[in-house]
Design a protein. Structure first.
Length: 318
């Protein structure tokens, strides 16, 4: 009796259980879960019996299911090994509904029963948290340098994420908006102190240098793969709805959504804050100014959303 196949199965099952990473095996082309190890049970909070025969999309957040299905279909047309550390949608969801950032490797496995895909998943929550803490440190450093805008970054980040939630953006989109808001002015690190910290009005030549800071941000951040999805705000938050902004003169919906939302709260906070050469304006006066720029500087729908948020704040303060 030939026991080679049975021995191979035993060896595979043994290797599966001693793997340090979570492992899920799905069939081709249906994406049905047929095997998972104990580490996968721990990571996702399910017992194996609860997931056997279920589609792998069970572990994908609702807002990413369509994107994942499209990726899966594309991958299944030409299955290939994909090592960890290469770009993919790195969001899973556990039984309790908590989002888990994961790094994933994919390996096709041809057997006598057909083709299967071995998916190894590694929780990178701690790494992601460390990255976000680093961004927070960068934002504090920028506020410390530009003393007249102290805590500006935290205020505008809070307001921008609130707007994103009100608009119904996905958690992934909100995360990237949050990161972009924290480092929205990182390009100012390339602006000389005598211009950035000047107490009076800037000359035309000085303004031309100051306006380069979004391009500096792009040049600084684009090489960092983790931060590329967060570039919309640092690179585009000075663009204007009518196309008169900088650095690229983008117009209308050419401007990324995150930057269109952020532009409003950035201007609002700047005008509300005191400067060495002027006092901050009242909330009412700034809101009227924001309204006057609807359709020119700002997207009208974004202005409407912002005004609704301000009205809710007024009601809560009563």
């Amino acid at each position: 009796m030939d026991t080679t196949f049975d021995d191979s199965k035993l060896t595979f099952n043994y290797l599966l259980e001693i793997m340090a990473d979570a492992v899920i095996v799905v069939n081709h082309p249906d994406g049905i879960i047929v095997r998972m190890n104990k580490q996968a049970e721990t990571l996702f909070g399910y017992l194996s019996d609860e997931l056997m025969g279920k589609p792998v999309e069970t572990l994908i957040p609702i807002n990413l299911k369509e994107l994942h299905a499209n990726y899966r279909d594309s991958y299944y047309r030409q299955p290939r090994s994909r090592p960890m550390g290469t770009p993919l949608v790195l969001q899973a969801v556990n039984k309790a509904g908590r989002l888990i950032p994961v790094d994933i490797s994919l390996t096709p496995l041809n057997t006598v029963d057909g083709l299967y895909i071995i998916a190894m998943a590694r929780d990178i929550s701690n790494i992601t948290h460390a990255y976000d803490e680093t961004l927070m440190g960068w934002s504090r450093a920028m506020d410390f340098r530009d003393k007249e805008t102290e805590n500006h970054t935290l205020r505008v980040t809070h307001m921008a994420t609130r707007l994103a939630h009100l608009l119904g953006m996905t958690e992934t989109q909100i995360t990237q908006l949050y990161r972009g808001a924290l480092i929205h002015d990182i390009g100012k690190m390339g602006v000389p102190d005598d211009i950035l910290l000047k107490s009076g009005k800037l000359t035309d030549e000085e303004w031309s240098i100051m306006r380069k800071h979004p391009e500096y941000a792009y040049e600084m951040l684009y090489p960092i793969e983790f931060l590329r999805p967060a570039l919309d705000i640092p690179y585009c938050h000075h663009e204007k709805w009518d196309g008169s902004g900088y650095p690229r003169g983008l117009k209308g919906e050419q401007i990324p959504l995150a930057a269109r939302l952020f532009a409003i709260v950035d201007v609002y906070d700047a005008l509300r804050s005191d400067r060495p050469y002027r006092q901050g304006s009242s909330k009412e006066k700034v809101i009227e100014h924001i309204k006057s720029l609807s359709g020119t500087h700002f997207e009208p729908k974004a202005v409407e959303l912002f005004l609704n948020m301000m009205n809710e704040d007024d009601k809560d303060s009563l």
